[in-house]
Design a protein around this ligand. Structure first.
Ligand code: ADP
Length: 303
């Protein structure tokens, strides 16, 4: 794809005092694509969003939206939903929608009606009286009511029950299908896997994984063997060039295999596992492999 990226973050660094919250991040999001930004707490996701939107100043690097640094005109076509929704607690949803109607030329009243019923919201209630989940829903209804070309969503489904989480995902997918570009962060890897075509994983402010979901998932297989008793010592398995990493947890052995998974199955079959299968890598595996080696190894001695 050679199109100009809608979001272009290049060599971005944000330093607080002597601490690099984000270092040297380069990330581009193509038109109409959905990029999921993952990372443990404190890995720099919110900092990236804030600097991209001009709410904080980067220490180094450039951050462009539609080819230019964010300015007032950018916000005509961009919706940002921060992690903690920025709403006027003493106003109602109807008041907020009225603000949107007056402020955005693309405000779509019919779409707003649909969103209000989709999230089962009440227009007349003061926002401060709503639950956290309902406030998130209000922020999202406002964000989508202007049919934005660009959506930047920081943990958009936090505080929502699974039914509404699904609604949010569908809104994201639908918006991208209509040509919008989406950058969103989430702790829920399943959501990112379902919605995003592209994933970036941050750890300690550094980009450690970046690619399309399909290419990342296609890069490895997991051979999962379950044993009757304990996992046997398979001599030299961790050093096998076909294996990138092994993980032991109770009676389960998982080998992350870069090539010839059938060969690894044959090798493990010598130890008569109760069950053995070759699994596709999922996004959770990719995430844990990238950021959580220590979590993954908690159940055994690993590789
Ligand atoms: P995430 O959104 O991934 O949870 P953040 O971007 O909020 O992470 O934070 C990244 C790091 O920067 C954290 O270590 C956080 O404590 C630090 N940080 C964020 N904002 C500030 C600030 N205003 N002053 C100092 N440190 C900050």
């Amino acid at each position: 794809m050679n199109s100009t990226p809608v979001i272009a973050i290049r060599d971005f660094t944000k330093r607080y005092g002597s601490f690099d919250a984000v270092s040297n991040l380069t990330l581009e999001v193509e038109p109409g694509s959905i990029c999921g930004l993952l990372g443990p707490n404190g890995s720099g996701k919110t900092t990236t969003f804030k600097c991209l939107l001009g709410l904080a100043r980067q220490t180094a690097g450039s951050m462009d939206v539609e080819g230019a640094p964010v300015g007032p005109q950018t916000f005509e076509n961009l919706s940002y939903v921060p992690e903690r929704s920025a709403l006027y607690e003493w106003l109602t949803l109807a008041d907020h929608l009225e603000f949107n109607r007056r402020s955005f030329k693309n405000y779509d009243a019919k779409r707003a009606d649909e969103l209000v019923s989709l999230f089962r919201l009440e227009r007349k209630k003061k926002v401060g009286k709503l639950s956290k989940g309902q406030q998130t829903a209000v922020a999202l209804a406002l964000a989508f009511s202007i049919r934005p070309r660009i959506l930047i969503l920081d943990e958009p489904a936090s505080g929502l029950d699974p039914v509404f989480q699904r609604v949010v995902l569908d809104l994201i997918i639908e918006a991208a299908a209509m040509g919008s570009t989406v950058l969103f962060s989430s702790h829920q890897i399943g959501q990112v896997e379902r919605a995003a075509d592209r994933v970036a994983i941050l750890k300690n402010g550094k980009l450690i994984v970046d690619g399309t979901v399909d290419s990342l998932k296609g890069s490895e297989k997991v051979v999962e063997a379950i044993f009757e008793q304990r996992v046997p010592d398979v001599d030299g398995l961790a050093d096998d060039p076909r294996v990138r990493r092994i993980e032991r947890s109770g009676r389960i052995l998982r080998a992350y295999v870069q090539s010839d998974s059938e060969g690894i199955v044959r090798r493990l079959n010598e130890f008569s596992p109760k069950n053995i299968s070759i699994l596709d890598l999922n996004l959770e595996d990719i995430f844990i492999n990238a950021v959580g080696g220590e979590i993954a190894m908690a159940g055994g001695d690993g590789a």
